[in-house]
Ligand binder design. Structure first.
Ligand code: 13P
Ligand code: SF4
Length: 322
């Protein structure tokens, strides 16, 4: 509508004026992803977002995603201004893994290598030997396991369980979970699969193991998008945030994508698989963060001592992925 078009135009002008670039996650709303693409920014998974922000020359990064993505950008490029539509966009994995109790857990097992998921605070990353995202977690744990390292894994227990099963690595697990992926329902998915036997099932590994077991492809957001292009099926049942449908449909307009059920009675719940924090990244909030001097709600700062420590395991991941 006219109001949205107006916001889009203002944002485009402001991005140029402020030497800023928009970096958006695949779970943000389609209009945000489209705007990032149109303005020379990027739409990506959390690993690519970190990489893009690190390499792009713009002085200001507008990170449309959740808090840990903004913090990662700031840690990797402290000389840049990092703004977010709202600093209140957090993540249940981050909330469920306080640095002090996680630190005590690590202290009890000093002979273990600490591997943390990117969906954590800077303080938790500062305590880690490795940071991983879901696109690279499997390879990094395989590598550590090949060196006979014992691993502490945090915070997502489902992703951790999936990796432990795939690699056979010995992993002590923090018991965090993602409130979005935890909602997928097994019986309803079995029923949906009966209704659409030709459909391939795509699952993000933050989902419970009984959902992962039904998958034709398991992976990070970018890996699931790739699978949606490469698998020959014409129909897909997708167990992850519905924001991902924008890119899947754009790349394969002829295919049909359906949300995996989050309700108990089949595919009736059409709106549950959407992260409430990703949903905070609206056009209005983006315009505001570019157009205000009151940056208290927008600018990401990370304590310098923590950032210096957190940068080590983050760079270790980026070097490994390179
Ligand atoms: P990806 O790294 O796969 O984009 O996942 C990020 C995330 O928050 C998934 O819920
Ligand atoms: Fe965190 Fe889950 Fe939202 Fe991803 S979808 S940001 S893991 S709460």
């Amino acid at each position: 509508d006219a109001e949205k078009a107006d916001y889009r135009e203002r944002i485009k002008t402001l991005l140029k004026q402020k030497d800023a670039v928009l970096v958006a996650h695949y779970y943000t709303d389609p209009e945000i992803q489209a705007l990032a693409e149109e303005t020379g920014g990027c739409v990506a998974d959390s690993l690519e977002m970190a990489r893009f922000g690190n390499e792009h020359p713009a002085k200001t990064l507008i990170v449309a995603g959740v808090r840990f993505m903004g913090e990662t950008a700031k840690i990797l490029t402290p000389e840049k201004r990092v703004l977010m539509p709202t600093l209140e966009a957090t993540c249940s994995l981050d909330l469920g893994c306080p640095a002090d109790t996680f630190g005590e857990f690590c202290d009890k097992h000093p002979d273990h290598t600490v591997v943390v998921y990117a969906n954590t605070s800077a303080a938790v990353k500062a305590r880690a030997d490795w940071v991983v995202t879901s696109s690279i977690a499997l390879e990094i744990v395989e590598h550590l396991d090949s060196e006979d390292k014992k691993i502490i894994w945090g915070p997502d227990r489902h992703l951790g369980g999936f990796i432990a099963k795939q690699t056979g690595a010995e992993m002590l697990m923090w018991q965090g979970h993602c409130v979005v992926h935890d909602e997928f329902k097994y019986r309803a998915l079995v029923d949906m699969k009966k209704q659409y036997p030709d459909a391939a099932v795509l699952v993000h590994p933050e989902s419970p193991d009984f959902i992962v077991e039904m998958a034709d492809a398991v992976g990070s957001t970018s890996q699931l998008i790739k699978a949606s292009q490469e698998l020959p099926n014409e129909r897909f049942i997708v167990a992850t945030d519905r924001g991902i449908f924008y890119k899947m449909q754009q790349l394969s307009p002829e295919k049909t994508f359906m949300e995996a059920p989050t309700g108990g009675d089949g595919a009736t719940c059409r709106s549950c698989a959407h992260c409430p924090w990703m949903a905070m990244n609206g056009l209005q909030a983006i315009e505001r963060c570019l157009n205000t001097d009151d940056l208290e709600q927008h600018e990401v700062f990370v304590d310098e001592a923590l950032a210096e420590k957190a940068m080590i395991p983050l760079n270790r991941m980026l070097d490994f992925a390179a």
